[in-house]
Design a binder for this molecule. Structure first.
Ligand code: NAP
Ligand code: GDD
Length: 380
């Protein structure tokens, strides 16, 4: 039985990766932070009491700022594979907390790499690198595109990227960077833009929220479906040689397009009025289904407004992945499209607050051989 250690197991990616590795026979160890409230929602469905002979998921307290504990864990667990996903991962927050972000998102990687080196174990190491590192480098971006980071988060990730490369070259470690473009899912944190939008739609329809406040609507991202991306994280460590890979869909869309399609799928057509960066999203028309489901929403209502507090001092305008290398070496091609991703997330957020959904997200997954029950996705 292979043994994996996942840092960031309570996060979006960590939870799907744990699910994937457990279903492939791994013993999985996860690093979790002590918190005064439970922070294991995303993995509770995977957890068994450690005394249960069937238990293959084990959680350990630790923090990326504590190198002693990180070293102990790596040494005691002796994992075959380490997936280092933990980070302060919010770009906007990194402008407010640049030093903390450098410490956790940047130095956190060095602490794990050092723990591996000092404990002398042979393990494969995956670093969760990010398309954010490309900053304002022209799209499409691939493995040889120079990094031009535009946030404290991105600068910290660039440092961690190069530390990973240095430990691979200097100490012959099987250390790899997965440079992942944005990936989303029903388990995405609620303050990232996609989930913020789909959740707001469900809340507006349920009458629990009046408006959605956003920042820059023009930024373009290459958005994919997370359960497909964690398979790449695993594939990257299964290659004969350690290497770095760009993972994305190759398609890019603006935040505005995401808003329009998500509202439209839920039955609300949006039109934009007002000056450029401060446009308002107004209800142009409503589907029959929605007129019955949400009679409090009316044509002419303003549902979306811009709040400058969500603007970033420096923005990344345009990300689009060139995934030729991943296609060729990993044999990986994403199946879920942008429109399907939106439908899946809207369906899920509506379901979460007990509403009937249009159901097209589930249908699309089924057609692609991806099984979805109770927030779990099983890839065919
Ligand atoms: P996420 O949902 O924000 O999860 C972050 C994880 O890191 C959580 O488990 C969090 O624990 C943990 N963490 C944060 N600070 C920690 C600390 N000081 N010590 C130990 N654990 C800590 O992020 P994600 O979307 O799953 O992304 C996973 C990784 O991929 C991150 O490194 C992110 O930067 C990178 N990435 C993400 C994307 C994307 O589009 N999602 C794209 C490229 C790269 P708590 O639950 O306790 O907060
Ligand atoms: N979060 C947020 N909230 N973003 C908004 C909002 C808002 O209200 N309004 C507009 N945006 C814009 C942001 O300015 C950005 O251009 C875009 O929406 C996406 O923002 P996020 O969803 O926060 O993601 P991100 O691209 O900054 O970062 C994510 O992807 C990176 C990979 O490129 C995170 O997951 C990072 O951890 C990851 O590395």
């Amino acid at each position: 039985m292979k043994r994996a250690l996942i840092t960031g197991i309570t996060g979006q990616d960590g939870s799907y990766l744990a699910e994937f590795l457990l279903s492939n026979g791994y013993e999985v160890h996860g690093l979790i932070r002590r918190s005064s409230t439970f922070n294991t929602d995303r993995i509770d469905h995977l957890y068994l009491d450690p005394h249960d002979p069937q238990a293959r998921l084990f959680l350990h307290y630790g923090d990326l700022s504590d190198s002693g504990q990180v070293t102990n864990l790596v040494y005691n667990i002796q994992p075959d594979e380490i997936y280092h996903l933990a980070a302060q991962s919010h770009v906007r927050v990194s402008f407010d907390m640049p030093e903390f972000t450098g410490n956790i998102t940047g130095l956190g990687t060095t602490r794990i790499l050092e723990a591996v080196r000092r404990s002398g174990i042979r393990t494969k190491f995956y670093q969760a690198s990010s398309s954010e590192m490309f900053g304002d480098a022209p799209a499409p971006q691939n493995e040889i595109t120079p990094f031009r980071p535009r946030s404290p988060y991105a600068a910290a990730k660039v440092y961690a990227y190069w530390m990973t490369v240095n430990y691979r070259d200097g100490y012959h470690m099987f250390a790899c960077n997965g440079i992942l473009f944005n990936h989303e899912s029903p388990r995405r944190g609620e303050t990232f833009v996609t989930r913020k939008i789909t959740r707001a739609i469900a809340y507006i329809i349920a009458g629990k929220q009046k408006k959605l406040y956003l920042g820059n609507l023009e930024a373009k991202r290459d958005w994919g479906f997370t359960p497909e991306y964690v398979v790449c994280q695993w594939l990257i460590l299964q290659q004969d040689k350690p290497d770095d890979y760009v993972i994305g869909t190759g398609e890019s869309h603006s935040v505005k397009e995401f808003v329009e399609l998500a509202f439209k799928y839920a039955g609300i057509e949006i039109e934009w009025k007002g000056v450029e960066a401060y446009q308002k999203g107004i209800v142009k028309s409503l589907s029959c289904r929605l007129q019955t489901l949400a009679s409090h929403v009316k044509v002419g209502d303003t549902l979306i407004e811009i709040d400058p507090k969500y603007f970033r001092p420096t923005e990344v305008d345009f990300l689009r992945a060139d995934i030729i290398k991943a296609k060729k070496n990993l044999g990986w091609v994403p199946k879920v499209t942008f429109e399907e991703l939106i439908k899946i997330m809207v369906d899920s957020d509506m379901e979460l607050i007990g509403m009937n959904t249009p159901g097209e997200g589930k249908k699309a997954l089924k057609e692609k051989g991806i099984h979805w029950t109770e927030n779990k996705f099983i890839l065919g």
